[in-house]
Write a protein that binds this ligand. Structure first.
Ligand SMILES: C[S@@+](CC[C@H](N)C(=O)[O-])C[C@H]1O[C@@H](n2cnc3c(N)ncnc32)[C@H](O)[C@@H]1O
Length: 269
């Protein structure tokens, strides 16, 4: 069997644990996963709730094809865009958004998030459960990136110019850049494979520049969920091992390695 990158492996294990954690709050008869991708969450849920009927919604036909290839009992897929009112109706007792709301925010802002949550609310029966697993935007704080390599600094300047979701405000003094921690985190997280990982790959670069991972703070998502008709049952913050970002330290010093946090939120309709 092909060996997994240890960082990917630790992330998948973390995600399995998160899914097991939220499953305690979920009702497992009819579950909908918004933005199911290739089915990692569905596969794990199916192990926990073997008799569940699960619908996976995504706008990627290719990824839904992979879910269908898994041939899991009771699992169906729907091609749809949940940043718009859905084109079909169904009833579920649990709804999940795992690592997809930052994409909705990137392309549709808070208005898109509201529609996504309204879709979940419409689909859920009264008392139904909502679970969200997402990156978490850190609270405002000015930090310093100290560049040890001019090429890496050039990539930062390119990032600041091309990043679409927000204007990257920063001040520069020599090889030091001062900026908000959310933008600094965004930069470091996009370059953890090394500052030159996008060299010659414009398509990948533009794709990454269109998306923010650290889209909303804990308070912002909590308020949005409550305003969408849900009562919060549980919130946890998960901290990733800092190892992933340490590969960046050859080219840039930064002191905020422990902010790579995710939020796990469970609510009831
Ligand atoms: C990062 S993947 C997460 C996949 C899966 N939920 C998981 O945690 O492994 C995000 C998925 O959301 C889907 N997605 C993003 N925006 C969407 C939208 N507006 N409607 C439907 N699917 C969407 C993408 O196609 C992608 O498959």
């Amino acid at each position: 069997m092909e060996e997994l990158d240890p960082d990917l492996e630790s992330w998948l294990n973390e995600k399995r644990k998160a899914i097991a954690g939220i499953s305690e709050f979920l009702r497992g008869d009819a579950i909908v996963e918004f933005g199911c991708g290739s089915g990692f969450v569905i596969e794990n849920l199916k192990e926990i709730f073997p008799d569940a009927r699960i619908i996976g919604i995504d706008l990627s036909e290719e990824r839904l094809g992979k879910v269908n290839e898994l041939n899991l009992d009771g699992v169906t897929t729907k091609l749809d865009d949940f940043a718009e009112p859905l084109r079909f109706t169904f009833e579920a007792d649990s709804a999940i958004f795992s690592m997809c709301l930052h994409e909705i925010f990137s392309y549709h802002g808070f208005a898109g998030l509201k529609i996504a949550l309204a879709n979940a609310n419409d689909a859920l029966v009264d008392g139904g459960r909502l679970a969200i697993l997402e990156f978490m935007k850190p609270l405002p704080q000015t930090v310093t990136l100290k560049f040890k390599d001019n090429n890496a600094l050039d990539w930062f300047l390119k990032f600041a110019r091309d990043f679409k979701p927000r204007t990257i405000e920063f001040t520069r003094k020599g090889d030091e850049i001062r900026l908000d921690i959310a933008e600094a985190t965004e930069f470091v997280s996009k370059f953890f494979r090394g500052y030159d990982c996008y060299e010659g790959d414009d398509e990948h670069w533009l794709e990454e520049m269109a998306e923010t991972h650290f889209a909303f703070t804990r308070d912002e998502i909590t308020h949005l969920v409550e305003a969408s008709g849900f009562r919060i049952l549980d919130i946890q913050e998960l901290t990733r091992e800092p190892r992933k970002w340490e590969s960046m330290l050859d080219s840039v010093d930064f002191e905020f390695k422990d902010v790579n946090k995710k939020i796990l939120l469970v609510a009831e309709k």
